[in-house]
Design a protein around this ligand. Structure first.
Ligand code: SAJ
Length: 431
């Protein structure tokens, strides 16, 4: 019997979408005693999981998934089946016009309809524009002939975990549960209380949707101002990293880190959901998005300043392609944008990411080792603060390459060490 909270009892759960959130969630529930059916429409994902192989990297996840599969508490399927509760954790990307693409949410919801029974709980976890739960999910689920609030319960509960620390944050973070009514919110609490140790806050579905978008938008706008500060600092010959550090000594100032732009499937996407829903009242949010999206181009201009306007046939090693340090996720990655922009400028780009050596980027030669990337380069560009890249020993590297220009765009290298090894160091905030 599962280790339950009070109230509604859950024994069997279907989790739809086995990505960065669904797979950790499904296996965490399974490891807490629930019978979990993990559902993914991609047959390759199901086939590899059935062989104990993971299609994504997240620290600790492989061990947890393999143990859950072995115990029999987790099974993976292409279709949902009847259960006590359903969790929808599918992606909500945006389209070319920056409008939310809800097609995965709607198709996952439709897949639940034939299996929905009286007394079930459905939870949407996917980040969604305000009112998606009430205006999109309810009408689809009611095609079952059952009524939301009366026959089945429905809640929105955003995931708020940080990639790289998902397994810990899933359990320890505060969890917001927005019900379409009180009973739905309480049923959601009973479900997540099975493993959540952080505070569980109950509210309504639309508030929970807004909370999620507000968190990521807040971060995007704050990174936007940090990036704009990096441009100002560059213009005035100031080291932005030092300036931020000093400004942050003020008790009411906490500037985030400037960098090469904002990537990932969350912060670079979610603010657009607000802009789409209410473009007339969101100029700040839209501008911050554009500032952050423009940062890769600013970085490429810095490279031009150091190497000359014409990058045609210049040999560059781009070190790091993921959207942030120590993850394998390339979605919306500004580092990929930089590699692509350099290639479009005619440069010969070799790129290396220790987490995804097999990635393909048009015009870019993605290589599988650091040595290969730097061998015949004229300069290296450090774009992602992966531990392995930040810890490169410049003295050892100097023997393996003719390059003597190190372009550090993320403040990942100790400038003095590189200078001591004979490199000229330039980059974001370093003139
Ligand atoms: N970044 C900066 N400067 C900073 C911090 C981040 O340029 O000071 C960049 C990163 O390099 C990266 C991007 O922003 O490209 C996003 O990275 P992140 O670590 O800030 O956030 P995510 O996208 O990995 O995860 C966020 C988290 N949200 C918040 O911190 C408010 C996480 O808690 C959410 O669960 C996740 O989005 C999500 O799924 O929505």
């Amino acid at each position: 019997m599962a280790d339950q909270g009070v109230g509604v009892k859950f024994e069997k759960l279907c989790v739809l979408g086995l990505g960065y959130i669904g797979l950790p969630t499904a296996s965490t529930f399974a490891s807490h005693g629930l019978k979990v059916v993990g559902v993914d429409v991609n047959p390759r994902v199901i086939a590899s999981l059935n062989q104990g192989k993971l299609h994504i990297y997240e620290p600790g996840l492989r061990t947890l998934v393999q143990a859950s599969l072995r115990s029999g508490n987790l099974v993976v399927r292409q279709q949902p089946e009847t259960a006590d509760a359903f969790i929808i954790s599918v992606p909500t990307p945006f389209k070319e016009d920056k409008k939310a693409d809800l097609s995965f949410v709607t198709s996952a919801t439709e897949a639940i309809v034939p299996h929905l029974r009286k007394g079930n709980l459905v939870v949407l976890e996917s980040t969604s524009p305000p009112r998606t739960t009430t205006d999109v999910v309810v009408p689809i689920l009611e095609r079952s002939g059952l009524q939301a609030g009366q026959d089945f319960m429905l809640a929105y509960s955003p995931e708020r975990v940080l990639p790289g620390q998902i397994l810990r944050e899933l359990i320890e973070n505060a969890r917001v549960i927005g019900g379409i009514d009180q009973a739905s919110a309480e049923a959601g609490r009973d479900l997540y209380a099975i493993f959540v140790r952080g505070e569980i806050i109950l509210t309504d579905a639309t508030t929970a949707e807004m909370v999620k978008l507000m968190e990521n938008t807040y971060r995007d706008v704050n990174i936007g101002i940090a990036n704009e500060f990096s441009r100002l600092a560059d213009r005035f010959g100031v080291n932005v990293w030092e300036a931020v550090q000093i400004a942050n000594l003020h008790p009411r100032v906490s500037i985030l880190g400037p960098g090469i732009g904002v990537g990932g499937h969350c912060i670079s996407v979610d603010p657009w959901f607000f802009v789409e829903a209410a473009p007339d009242i969101t100029p700040l949010i839209a501008t911050a998005r554009r500032v952050n999206d423009g940062q890769p181009r600013f970085v490429v201009d810095l490279i031009r300043r150091e190497m000359g306007e014409d990058l045609h046939n210049r040999r560059l090693a781009v070190l790091g392609l993921a959207y942030k340090p120590n993850v394998d996720d390339m979605r919306e990655s500004p580092a990929v944008d930089i590699a692509r922009l350099l290639a479009e400028s005619g440069a010969q780009v070799k790129a290396f990411d220790p987490f995804k050596p097999e990635l393909q980027i048009p015009g870019v030669d993605v290589v599988s080792s650091l040595e290969e990337a730097i061998a015949d380069a004229e300069a290296f560009v450090l774009t992602v603060g992966h531990k392995e890249l930040c810890e490169i020993d410049p003295a050892a590297l100097a023997d393996k390459t003719e390059a003597r220009l190190a372009l550090d765009m993320i403040h990942g290298w100790k400038t003095e060490n590189w200078q001591r090894a004979g490199f000229t160091v330039k980059g974001l905030g370093i003139r």
